[in-house]
Design a protein around this ligand. Structure first.
Ligand code: KDG
Ligand code: MG
Length: 402
């Protein structure tokens, strides 16, 4: 099953996506997501210029060998651009192998470990009351888990809070927005948000919160401690995790469960976090952490250290990535939860898919491969438009993590 062609499809049905389409001599093709929000063309170029030429003529059945060939063969290892490119190849190969064997990918991964995949939705609001109302709407739709983010009084923009009525997309065409940050105001505000959430929603729903890398370990420890009465499902990205050892401080002080990893590229970014049991959920995604093959290795390390999966699933990860994540989630034993923000109808039209939502859970469907496609003619009608994620500054003007 030789690979005969590799197309890199860059499109922007509402937001930018990079998709790899690998075709084989048998007339089959597989898709992989290669989207790196705000830096999309770097991955597209890496694929077109450096990776696709190496794939032509290779046997599409050699998924692991191809992964190692691209990873070790580049000499320059890891990094978001390289790993998004390798992820796309790996995902496309799982897809095409599923099609060749006429079976959904989850069956190749060991079969279903559960009936469906529990997801969490994003509730946000400008006030605590609005946030509680948004969360209630998710629960009415059958969600069991909701992430809550609320505007911090006195700050002009807060991560996770969208414009009223709009699908949440924080990127800007043109130069990035600069938002404000105050650790003091944030730390004073968030416990009150969750006090109200629990008072209004009761003890049953899973509540999650994303700190988005903006605290130091000791600040995160204080936040985790103050949130303990509201028993969160997780506190996410409490600190920038380049320094894995930073999690030791947080862990020593709080029983609030910790999740991290959406920006990680490989097992080397999280092995210490997992081996020392410093976290509870690993958030690595198919698109940014080496594809299905590498994510399975991260999950396997997690399994022996009481760490469960919680794949990143924001809308900058395309429907191709979401489909791949769902096959992985359905099969992997130590699954925790899957993030889910529905894509816009415009995006869904470009990427028709077979995954389905019901009562707070997703199922990848039983189509051969990943069960997701790309309408290339429609994609061509949505040309790429450069966009940037926001930049954040403290009130005195110092650049801070967004
Ligand atoms: O591109 C950045 C987004 O994917 C990120 O800000 C979303 O933190 C995020 C989340 O948890 O979904
Ligand atoms: Mg996050």
């Amino acid at each position: 099953m030789k690979i005969v062609d590799g197309q890199v499809i860059v499109c922007s049905p509402g937001r930018n996506f990079v998709t790899l389409k690998l075709s084989t001599e048998d007339g089959l093709y597989g898709l992989g997501d290669a989207t790196l929000n705000g830096r999309e063309l770097a991955v597209a170029s890496y694929l077109k210029e450096h990776v696709v030429p190496l794939l032509i003529g290779r046997d599409a059945r050699r998924i692991e060998d191809t992964w190692q060939y691209l990873y070790k063969g580049a000499y320059w290892r890891r990094g978001p651009v390289t790993m998004a490119a390798i992820s796309a190849v790996d995902t496309a190969l799982w897809d095409v192998n599923g099609k060749a064997l006429d079976t959904p990918v989850y069956q190749l991964l060991g079969g279903a470990s559960r009936e469906s995949v529990m997801v969490y939705g994003h509730a946000n609001g400008r006030t605590i009351d609005d946030t509680v109302k948004a969360a209630s709407r998710f629960l009415e739709q059958g969600y069991q888990a909701v992430r809550a983010q609320c505007a911090v009084p006195g700050l002009d923009a807060t991560y996770g809070v969208g414009h009223a009525g709009a699908h949440y997309d924080p990127t800007d065409k043109g130069r990035p927005t600069e938002s404000q940050w105050s650790t003091e105001r944030y730390l004073d505000f968030v416990p009150g948000l969750f006090e109200k959430m629990r008072a209004e929603l009761g003890p049953v729903p899973h509540l999650l919160h994303d700190v988005h890398h903006r605290l130091t370990p000791i600040e995160a420890a204080r936040l985790g401690k103050s949130l303990e009465p509201y028993h969160l499902f997780w506190m996410e990205d409490a600190v920038p995790a380049e320094l894995q050892e930073g999690f030791r401080t947080i862990r020593q002080h709080t029983t609030t469960p910790l999740a991290v990893g959406e920006v990680f590229n490989s097992i080397w970014d999280c092995h210490l976090l997992i081996e020392e049991q410093l976290i509870d959920y690993i958030r690595c995604s198919v698109v940014h952490a080496g594809g299905i093959s590498h994510l399975r290795k991260i999950a396997a390390l997690g399994e022996v250290h009481h760490v469960r999966t919680g794949c990143h699933g924001a809308t900058d990860l395309s429907p191709v990535c979401l489909a791949a994540a769902l096959h992985f989630d359905l099969a992997v034993h130590n699954f925790g939860i899957q993030e889910y923000i529905p894509h816009t109808e415009e995006t869904d039209r470009v990427f028709p898919h077979r995954y389905r939502f019901e009562a707070g859970a997703l199922h990848p469907g039983d189509a051969p491969g990943l069960g997701v496609d790309v309408d290339e003619a429609l994609a061509a009608r949505h040309p790429y438009a450069r966009a940037y994620l926001p930049v954040s500054r403290k009130l005195d003007g110092t650049v801070h993590s967004w």
